[in-house]
Ligand binder design. Structure first.
Ligand code: XMP
Length: 510
């Protein structure tokens, strides 16, 4: 395996991910990890990540020189590159010009790192400091107009330093460079696949949990489902999943979750489904203010979960489906800086009696979680499920929530999803759903006057859900959806398509 030593860069997990894409297993450790521990793992290669500090400052993260004398290939990236030079006797200084963004880099294609890479290649730069003098024994392997040492190498000792970020996709041939390092220089076979992750994680869970008991709140979303799958394979009935059906799920969703994780499903675990629909509807009766609705739904979840947890009694572990982007956003990503806090992390329920948290997906990106899910045999419709907000349909029904409105929005949404899938658009649109406006208007059906609700269709394309644009759905598809909804869903006589982008709109309606 390859070890990534984390110096606090924003891209550290991306490095790990790119290495995994080369079919090489890797793990991330903090720069505080002792050299003896690193040696004991006997890695085939070591990668030092970037980081926000200046390596010549006295308190900056550093690593013992011995790391470079183990005979194990080392690749330093950005801060890691500067640190390597600094520790081995080169010179790092504040750069006269800060390099940031896509930059043309001239590489020495005879370097084992740059085999097959174009002589002139676009790379992602982001640094204040620069290597003004390479360490003894090193030669320059790449430069840019502003930066004399964009890469340095000591081929004999297999030590490489790269000033830019090969892990970022803006570095057009970055994956090739990392491939050259892990597969070429380190000689990794490239046989690691997602099924190894699954096996490895199952082993690790067994070791950690022993004969302890684990409790997981299963939402039916991708992350908690994959976590449940892994835990079930690892420890079977030592795992209890509590699935709260708050009556605000999409059509048939509760039953779908139950068919996968319930007693007739393929996973060995204790599955508890709490049918709390009536409780939720009672609490939500007469409430129209969006934030108040959210709050009620959230609090009620805690109450229901708490009641179930009390029945189960003390457990050893509370499992969560936290994935890596959640960790980074909360500023808990190893050494990286705080960006914003995330609701899935940190906000631990204090009402459940447990000793420790277990998060088996903490190092994975969403698409990797999906791959692991498929590997575990979780059905595709669950694995490729769209994001669905915690408060569910509660925030897709504008105004008061009632059982009848839930039925309308469930049925309309099911038709919409069916037609989108039929048109082959289901994997290309970021998120799409039907919502129930709180508006009723006059229509005519047969010879009868109607006075019914209007359904709004929403479909957006987005990279990160922070900004979004309305998706261009072919008009015929929208027409089919419209006529089916009006014909098949009682209580609806109008259908709108929402063209609003985000901002100024949000993706959800409340
Ligand atoms: P907005 O409406 O803020 O939605 O543009 C952005 C993304 O977040 C999802 N969303 C939520 N997810 N709990 C969640 O887990 C929530 O309370 C929540 N509100 C919005 C929304 O579906 C979209 O993907």
């Amino acid at each position: 395996k390859v070890i990534v030593i984390d110096f606090g860069g924003q891209y550290n997990q991306l490095v790990a991910r790119r290495v995994r894409e080369c079919n090489v297993y890797c793990e991330i450790y903090s720069y505080r990890t002792d050299i003896e521990q690193i040696k004991a793992m006997n890695p085939k290669g070591i990668i030092l990540t970037g980081g926000p500090n200046s390596c010549y400052e006295p308190d900056s993260p550093t690593y013992t020189k011995e790391l470079f004398e183990l005979g194990i290939p080392v690749l330093g990236l950005c801060y890691g590159a500067q640190l390597m030079m600094h520790v081995l006797g080169g010179k790092v200084e504040k750069a006269p010009v800060r390099e940031y963004g896509k930059t043309e880099v001239f590489v020495d294609t005879t370097s084992p790192l740059f085999g097959d890479v174009s002589e002139k290649t676009i790379c992602w730069m982001s640094h204040f400091d620069y290597i003004s003098k390479v360490a003894p024994g090193f030669s320059i392997a790449a430069h840019t107009a502003d930066c004399p040492v964009a890469a340095a190498e000591n081929r004999e000792k297999k030590l490489f330093a790269i000033q830019f970020h090969p892990e970022v996709l803006h570095t057009q041939e970055g994956t090739k460079m990392l491939h050259n390092f892990v597969r070429g220089v380190c000689g990794c076979a490239g046989t690691w696949r997602m099924d190894h992750f699954v096996e490895h994680t199952i082993e690790a869970i067994r070791e950690k949990v022993g004969d302890g008991k684990v409790l997981l709140a299963l939402s039916g979303g991708v992350d908690s489902s994959v976590a449940a799958g892994l835990l079930s394979r690892a420890i079977g009935k030592q795992l209890t999943c509590v699935f709260v059906d708050h009556g605000l799920l999409r059509k048939n969703e509760g039953d779908e979750v139950e068919s996968v994780f319930g007693p007739d499903g393929q996973f060995d675990l204790n599955f508890i489904r709490v049918n709390a629909q009536e409780r939720y509807y009672a609490k939500l009766a007469g409430v129209t203010e969006p934030e108040q609705k959210r709050k009620i739904i959230g609090e009620e979840f805690i109450r229901v979960f708490e009641e179930e947890a009390k029945k189960i009694g003390a457990v050893d572990f509370l499992a969560q489906g936290t994935i890596y982007p959640d960790v980074v956003e909360s500023g808990l990503g190893g050494e990286s800086a705080v960006i914003k806090s995330h609701h899935n992390v940190g906000g631990l329920p204090d009402y459940v009696d447990f000793k420790e948290i277990i998060e088996p997906l903490r190092n994975l990106f969403k698409d990797e979680v999906r791959k692991a899910g498929l590997e575990l045999g979780i059905p595709e419709n669950l694995v490729f499920r769209q994001p669905f907000p915690g408060p569910g349909l509660g925030i897709r029904i504008i105004g008061e929530v009632t059982a009848d409105k839930v039925r309308i929005v469930q049925d309309a949404d099911a038709i919409y999803r069916e037609e989108i899938a039929k048109a082959g658009l289901d994997r290309s649109i970021g998120q799409y759903f039907a919502a129930l406006t709180n508006m009723r208007s006059v229509g005519v059906m047969g010879d009868e006057r109607t006075y019914d609700y209007a359904v709004a269709l929403r479909a957006v394309n987005t990279v990160d859900f922070m900004t979004a644009e309305a998706a261009e759905i072919p008009f015929e598809v929208l027409q089919t959806v419209m006529s089916r909804i009006i014909n098949e869903v009682r209580g609806v006589n109008r259908v709108f398509y929402d063209l609003t982008s985000k901002p100024p709109g949000t993706i959800e309606f409340e």
